[in-house]
Design a protein around this ligand. Structure first.
Ligand code: ADP
Ligand code: MG
Length: 321
């Protein structure tokens, strides 16, 4: 099988909304009048962003999921994506699984694969997603206001927990490990929540590198500070049964600095609290209030008794880890 057969067999679908999809020099897309395009790229490199043990189907899912998560964080509706793929060799079993995971998630969000590039090389994939958002409605990192509540969607810490088990640093029983591993290998992008938070949230980001670090991006962009509580790490909807099997200190590490969560971290004025909960209910996801934006600078993490925790929660950084 050659490059073009591979593209035709695994990555070519009939165009739906696309004017021209895969097959010509460029895809063509007719933007909806008056809408802004939201564009984001995320690359996944073997050994860096995923382990060679991951099933190709879950990897296909994750490659798109992390990109859809960026659209979600902006409150943008997914439209289309391109896939740049570097493969060591043509492995049809791998390609079948990968394209199935990828295109199943794409169909779920009606996000069309409209083009890409395929080359031989180390296993590596880069997706660029395109979404749309009405002008002025995009959720930005820069809108947080002093007094805002800080929320996190879903559950945090599981992806890092699974990674630490893979690395042999922690042990979990089989059931908890499978649950945590699923969260690491097949994250659920919070697309509908992002859309529902338009006009409600003041600032939003998705958690990829770690909660405290990613919150830091909101604080810097908004020129504000934050106090983060930790009673929710002891007991809340944001902590899974797998996480609950850990002691508090490890839990804090995973929840606050773990990374790879792909949950939304957002702020909203206190008078929006009910709207936030309604949006979450409508999207079938929990949201947990984890702190408050202040007029200060930086993040202060409080222990469950309200005393400051001096220890730092350092996020993932590709060039300093
Ligand atoms: P060109 O040489 O003109 O850049 P290519 O030969 O790389 O085009 O690709 C042929 C067509 O297949 C193009 O429409 C391109 O967008 C598409 N394509 C290539 N690789 C992929 C892929 N991995 N997924 C989806 N479409 C792809
Ligand atoms: Mg060409």
């Amino acid at each position: 099988m050659g490059e073009f057969d591979l593209i035709a067999r695994y990555f070519t679908r009939p165009a739906r909304r696309a004017v021209v999809g895969v097959g010509d020099d460029c895809a063509l897309w007719q933007p909806q009048a008056g809408m802004q395009l939201a564009v984001s790229s995320d690359m996944l490199v073997e050994g860096r962003h995923f382990l060679s043990t991951v099933s190709p189907q879950r990897l296909g899912h994750k490659a798109l999921a992390v990109n859809l998560s960026d659209l979600a964080a902006c409150g943008a509706r997914p439209l289309a994506f391109t896939l740049a793929l570097s493969l060591p060799r043509i492995d049809e079993t791998w390609l079948q699984g990968f394209s199935k995971g990828l295109l199943t998630l794409a169909d779920l969000h009606q996000c069309e694969l409209i083009g890409g590039d395929t080359t031989q090389g180390p296993l590596n994939m880069c997706i660029t997603v395109f979404g749309e958002v009405p002008p002025g409605d995009a959720l930005m990192r820069s809108g947080a206001q002093p007094g805002d509540d800080i929320y996190v969607s879903g559950q945090v810490g599981d992806a890092r927990l699974a990674l630490e088990v893979f690395r042999g640093h922690l042990k979990l029983d089989a059931q908890h490990f499978e649950a945590a591993r699923l969260r690491m290998e097949q994250p659920v992008p919070r697309v509908s929540l992002g859309l529902a938070l338009r006009g409600i949230a003041n600032a939003c980001i998705d958690i990829s590198d770690g909660l405290i670090g990613d919150l830091g991006h909101i604080l810097k962009a908004s020129g504000v500070g934050a106090v983060v509580t930790t009673d929710w790490v002891a007991d809340s909807a944001a902590i899974s049964p797998a996480m609950q099997s850990l002691g508090m200190s490890k839990r804090l590490d995973m929840a606050l600095a773990g990374g790879d969560d792909y949950e939304l971290l957002f702020t909203a004025a206190p008078d929006q609290a009910q709207s936030v909960q309604e949006a979450a209910n409508d999207c079938d996801v929990t949201v947990t209030c984890i702190g408050r934006i202040t007029a200060g600078q930086g993040v202060q993490v409080m222990d469950p008794h309200g005393a400051p925790i001096s220890r730092r929660f350092i996020s993932f950084d590709h060039f300093s880890n």
